[in-house]
Design a protein around this ligand. Structure first.
Ligand code: SAM
Length: 329
């Protein structure tokens, strides 16, 4: 099996991890992402299953072994389960993960698992029903928590919770989140709110640096887990009395981009070298038939050289990303 040494950029970063958006449609209205819901119609120009198969094979031959399906909300794509089955059967895909808002999760968890998905990230921004509804536009917290419990019994290799840290909306819940994971084998990851093209005012009102989380965890005796080889920029904290762990994804922290280990492809087949870059490079012309595999790989290797050393979020430059549903977060 080729290793990820093949896919490296000019700064020596390696990319074993591909985040693949399969739709930009979403059925939630998270206040920091799509507060007015998805604007536009369902689109028939998303990559087809065949195109996705070609894309994944090429990335795997370049050393990628972890694929995350994301969106929009990936699970509302009608052929989501078939897609997952296709990808999980590709030799060399060692980790097939997805990120979901947890819609209908209790009913669907088993079918996700049976399709070969083994790692699930569920977005849960509040443990208080009214607050959850205020943030996501949906009164579904109880269903999602039930879905989480089903996932924990289904046998997924990892169950994670994504929680966007929001000043005056959920920052008072830090201790509740910590207590929540104490008896659950989950990793809850606080994500610092990121500024995008469409959430500038919201960002000003609700951004809170991740240091607020780190300080509280250290105060309560949590310890930073040593980083593993291929791990990305997330920090992970553990505590001897907690079954669950707490992570932190702090894109505004110093050196965040140095450990970037991921590339992204949008639902329409554009390679994005950074979540906050200036648009993507379409790979679609190289996805038309199987015989283009070598040319596709050459194209990916060539484009990766354009990856910049870091984002320019600190300067208020969010690149061309209007919201994270457009690329998949
Ligand atoms: N619909 C799925 C979900 O809700 O998890 C997957 C797509 S969503 C774009 C992926 C992750 O990005 C979610 O955990 C979401 O909370 C997070 N996200 C979206 N916009 C964000 C922002 N501006 N800052 C930080 N995280 C954000």
């Amino acid at each position: 099996m080729p290793d990820s040494l093949h896919l490296a950029d000019a700064f020596g970063r390696r990319f074993p991890y591909l985040r693949l958006s399969v739709t930009d449609l979403c059925n939630f209205r998270c206040s920091y992402c799509l507060p007015d819901g998805y604007q536009g119609k369902s689109c028939d120009s998303y990559l087809s299953r065949e195109e996705i198969g070609r894309l994944v094979r090429a990335f795997v031959e370049l050393g990628v072994h972890k694929i995350r399906l994301t969106g929009g909300e990936p699970t509302i794509r009608p052929d989501f389960l078939e897609l997952a089955k296709d990808i999980s059967s590709i030799a060399g895909v060692r980790k097939l993960a997805f990120t979901t808002n947890g819609y209908k999760l209790a009913d669907k968890a088993q079918s996700y698992y049976d399709s070969g998905l083994r790692h699930i990230n569920i977005s849960i921004d509040s443990l208080r029903p009214e607050q959850f509804e205020k943030i996501t536009g949906h009164d579904r917290l109880a269903d999602i928590l039930e879905g989480l419990d089903v996932c924990l019994k289904t046998g997924f290799n990892s169950v994670k919770i994504n929680t966007v840290l929001l000043k005056n909306l959920n920052d008072q819940e830090l201790d509740s989140f910590i207590a929540f994971v104490s008896d659950k084998a989950v990793s809850l990851r606080f994500i610092e709110l990121m500024r995008t093209g469409q959430n500038q005012d919201y960002f000003q009102a609700h951004h809170l640096p991740g240091t607020a989380v780190t300080e509280r965890l250290l105060q309560l005796g949590w310890q930073l887990k040593p980083r593993e080889g291929d791990s990305g920029p997330a920090l992970e904290f553990i505590h001897k009395h907690s079954l669950g762990s707490i992570g932190l994804i702090a894109p505004y922290s110093k050196d965040f981009c140095k450990s970037c280990n991921r590339l992204r492809v949008s639902a329409r087949g554009a390679l994005h070298l950074c979540l906050f870059g200036e648009g993507g490079f379409s790979l679609r012309p190289w996805l038309e038939h199987d015989e283009q595999r070598e040319a596709l790989k050459d194209q990916i290797l060539r484009l990766v050289n354009f990856k910049k050393s870091g984002h320019f979020l600190h300067d208020g430059n969010t690149g061309a990303t209007p919201h994270l549903a457009s690329i998949g977060g």
